[in-house]
Design a protein. Structure first.
Length: 153
């Protein structure tokens, strides 16, 4: 007997950075911890901008405080959802080249029952894809317009 995983797909559209932040705030309603999601999209499509809205909705950080973890690899924010503590982790694996480098990040430690883990460029690594329970794909659709597709397992 084959096991099937039902996927839930949600689509949003954004015409500006402010709207992308708003979509992030709305997405938080779908992100019941624990979640481990891959953030997909070309450079400059708004992955970090979306995280700004998620962090704000969790009362974990103001949008101005959320920056890309390109050089630090990981940012951690403490917030709450439904009066329960939530740890929001934002990772950027763009600069990593192999699984060995990935091991030093401690993915097992950050994947906890009260965490939401958002990983940019996680699709580069099989081990990250295996632990993922969904993805957020941001696609440029001309000008400042973005199509944002959320797929949750």
């Amino acid at each position: 007997m084959a096991e099937t995983t039902e996927l839930k797909v949600y689509q949003f559209e954004s015409a500006s950075s402010a709207e992308t932040i708003q979509v992030g705030r709305e997405l938080t309603k779908l992100l019941e911890p624990p979640k481990f999601l891959i953030l997909k999209g070309n450079l400059g499509t708004g992955k970090t901008t979306l995280v700004k809205g998620i962090a704000q909705a969790l009362d974990a950080a103001d949008p101005d405080e959320v920056t890309s973890p390109t050089f630090t690899l990981i940012h951690e924010y403490e917030g709450s959802r439904n009066d329960k503590p939530v740890l929001l982790y934002h990772l950027d694996l763009y600069r990593l080249e192999g699984e060995r480098q990935l091991e030093t990040l401690g993915l097992d430690d950050i994947s906890s029952p009260d965490s939401i883990v958002l990983v940019e460029w996680g699709d580069k690594f099989k081990s990250v894809l295996k632990r993922s329970n969904g993805e957020i794909h941001i696609e440029a659709a001309g000008g400042d317009t973005r199509k944002i597709t959320v797929t949750l397992k």
